[in-house]
Design a protein around this ligand. Structure first.
Ligand code: EPU
Length: 418
């Protein structure tokens, strides 16, 4: 039997879901544990495949990763690691590239397999490399690996061409042990960057301004291991907001941080989903058919590209015509073909999509192409007539600990079969 998620039209949803720790933060915190020897403890760690892949990568380098309790991770760094990220693991998860900065800081060298392309289209790492070069790193690429070396990291002014999340993180992690001051201009401002800086500062780093466009890092001579709680996953929270938008009902997202989702909540409001800050997190309600609106993805605090698949799923059943513009990843419209198989009226042209909302989609067999696209198909299926079978759900497992179980608990007609 093939593993798949089966969804039947559902709603209204009712109750509360708990938001897990952010995938895009925890992976970087795990990478940062290569910086110095000691025992690190992370709380609020989501039980997702990407965390397992990052654990494997850390273990391949010589660290020991265990889970003493659900959602806790203990990482023991014995020092004297092998600063190599092998192809088998980098190929499974592009985020592995963020070990480059901390390994350079700790060992003055690193060998990391070059990540290939993926379903979003080309995903270069030129900005990571250019930023690190300014700190004195030299690169040599051969046999599919980057060999980076920097016996003496030196602080520098790094102006990023685009506020890249990964490049900001790699430069920040290298700079914590560089001699002197590093200033990153046009830095990415995502809450996960601020979480990484909080983790590093707790380790003894001196970072100011993370979460703004200018990050200042004063290099320090020594760091130490720490305990830290991972920031909640705003993208997982967005998935549930979209679910309540499509299926209707009222949900409380326990642990969500509304202050990390301002622009998204504004867009939700335009579409007819009411949200408000709740003592437990974020409350959301949707009672009527959604309304069309135009959306353009932008780096934080704009509407995240990761939200877009859910928003497109919502707009497919909204009243009116919407235009969605993707400004980050040129190829991030592949899931649209799957929505069209469910009856959606979506035309894409370059990085734009024009969506004419239908009252209802119709359930169909469809396939996940990446984490968020898979979750978007689940969202769309909640409002589709009949049954939707979603194949290749392992993509969803990469970023969601318990999407099916949580949706089921609030009344969705959903199950995982294999
Ligand atoms: N870019 C370059 N050169 C670089 C780096 C990036 O041209 O050296 C371009 C990319 O091709 C893209 C844009 O800059 O067009 C933004 O890329 P960014 O570096 O900001 O993204 P990332 O660090 O590779 C993270 C998240 C993604 C999320 C993006 C954008 C992680 C592990 N991944 O990727 O999340 O879409 O930021 O916000 O943090 C996901 O969670 O499913 C996911 C894909």
């Amino acid at each position: 039997m093939v593993d798949r998620i089966i969804v039947r039209r559902s709603g209204p949803l009712e109750g509360s879901v708990t938001i897990n720790g952010a995938k895009n933060s925890v992976l970087k915190l795990m990478a940062a544990s290569t910086l110095t020897a000691g025992t690190y403890v992370l709380h609020n760690v989501p039980a997702i495949t990407d965390v397992s892949i990052m654990s494997e990568l850390l273990e391949a380098m010589g660290l020991k990763v265990t889970s003493p309790a659900p959602n806790d991770l203990q990482i023991v760094n014995p020092g004297d690691l092998t600063p190599v990220a092998p192809y088998e693991l980098v190929e499974q998860m592009r985020a592995s590239i963020v070990v480059l900065g901390p390994l350079l800081a700790a060992y003055g060298e690193a060998r990391v397999a070059l990540p290939g392309g993926d379903d979003f289209g080309p995903r270069p790492i030129d900005m990571h490399l250019r930023g690190l070069e300014l700190l004195g790193v030299t690169f040599d690429t051969a046999h599919g690996y980057i060999h980076a070396s920097a016996p003496n990291l030196q602080g520098a002014r790094v102006m990023l061409e685009f506020p890249s999340v990964g490049a900001t993180e790699n430069v920040m992690m290298a700079a914590v042990r560089a001699k002197g001051q590093t200033v990153i201009e046009n830095a990415a401002r995502e809450p996960e960057i601020a979480d990484l800086a909080a983790f590093l500062n707790r380790m003894g780093a001196e970072i100011l301004g993370a979460g703004t466009s200018t990050i200042t890092i004063d290099g320090v001579d020594a760091l130490h291991s720490v305990e830290h709680t991972v920031v909640p996953d705003r993208i997982e929270a967005a998935t549930y907001l979209a679910a309540v938008g499509v299926a209707g009902g009222e949900l409380t997202l326990v642990g969500a941080r509304p202050d990390h989702m301002d622009m998204l909540c504004q867009k939700m409001g335009e579409m007819g989903v009411r949200t408000s800050t709740d003592p437990e997190g974020l409350w959301a309600m949707s009672q009527k058919r959604l309304r069309a609106t135009d959306i353009a993805t932008l780096p934080y605090p704009g509407v995240a590209t990761d939200y877009k698949p859910f928003l497109v799923a919502m707009l497919s059943v909204a009243d009116g015509v919407s235009i969605v513009t993707e400004n980050l990843f040129s190829g991030r419209f592949r899931y649209v073909d799957e929505l069209i198989r469910m009856g959606a009226d979506i035309r894409t042209e370059g990085h734009h999509a024009v969506i004419r909302g239908f009252e209802s989609l119709s359930g169909a067999p469809v396939k996940c192409h990446d984490i968020r696209a898979g979750a978007a198909l689940v969202v769309a299926a909640l409002g589709a007539e009949g049954e939707t079978e979603i194949y290749d759900p392992w993509h969803v497992d990469r970023g969601y600990a318990n999407l099916v179980e949580q949706l089921k608990a609030v009344g969705a007609n959903i199950e995982r079969v294999s």
